[in-house]
Design a protein around this ligand. Structure first.
Ligand code: GDP
Ligand code: MG
Length: 167
């Protein structure tokens, strides 16, 4: 089982920190991996039985699900061609217009998306969790919503478990 997992979100939400948690030192592998035009490979996590290739999608040019492109790419290079799952990361303490922009693109993509609410270590009370969270969950259907702290490693196993399920 292998596939592309896209980590998306506006700058500063904690994507790189998460990636470090997910692949750690294996990050160095990336320099020897071929790049694709649509995805920039950030790290590869290879464990027994599965390989998760974490990518970012420059300009968020995520293909819509049933395009000719996707089908052609699938045929051209077996399984490692498109995104199996999107990890949409937000900062649990603040919502900005840039988050909104990312959300709108993701909604169009129709890709299975997991909402990662990061920096929960900064959330002192449950009700402080940003008020847009409910609104967000109403707008888009997520595969899962996972509160995490990339910095402190909170709930990273839950993320890995979900990723593995989609490979
Ligand atoms: P990126 O731009 O999305 O890749 O974000 P970075 O991974 O570079 O993180 C941006 C800033 O947020 C850095 O100062 C990180 O240390 C901080 N950060 C990332 N994750 C967390 C977290 O879980 N909790 C807190 N408090 N800070 C975090
Ligand atoms: Mg980064």
């Amino acid at each position: 089982h292998c596939g592309f997992i896209a980590i998306v979100g506006r700058p500063n939400v904690g994507k790189s920190t998460l990636l470090n948690r997910l692949v750690g030192q294996k990050l160095s592998i990336t320099s020897r991996k071929p790049q694709t035009t649509r995805h920039r490979i950030m790290g590869v996590d290879t464990r027994d039985g599965y390989q998760a290739v974490y990518v970012d999608t420059p300009g968020l040019h995520i293909e819509e699900k049933r395009t000719i492109n996707r089908l052609m790419n699938r045929a051209a290079s077996s399984s490692l061609t498109d995104v199996e799952l999107v990890l949409f990361m937000v900062d649990g303490t603040i919502w900005t217009p840039d988050d909104e922009m990312v959300l709108n693109k993701l909604m169009k993509s129709q890709l299975p998306t997991v909402l990662l609410v990061n920096k929960v270590d900064n959330v002192k009370e449950k009700y402080d969790l940003f008020p847009h969270l409910q609104e967000l969950a109403n707008k888009m259907e997520f595969v899962d919503v996972v509160p995490v702290s990339a910095k402190h490693g909170t709930n990273i196993e839950a993320v890995e478990k979900i990723v593995r399920k989609h490979l």
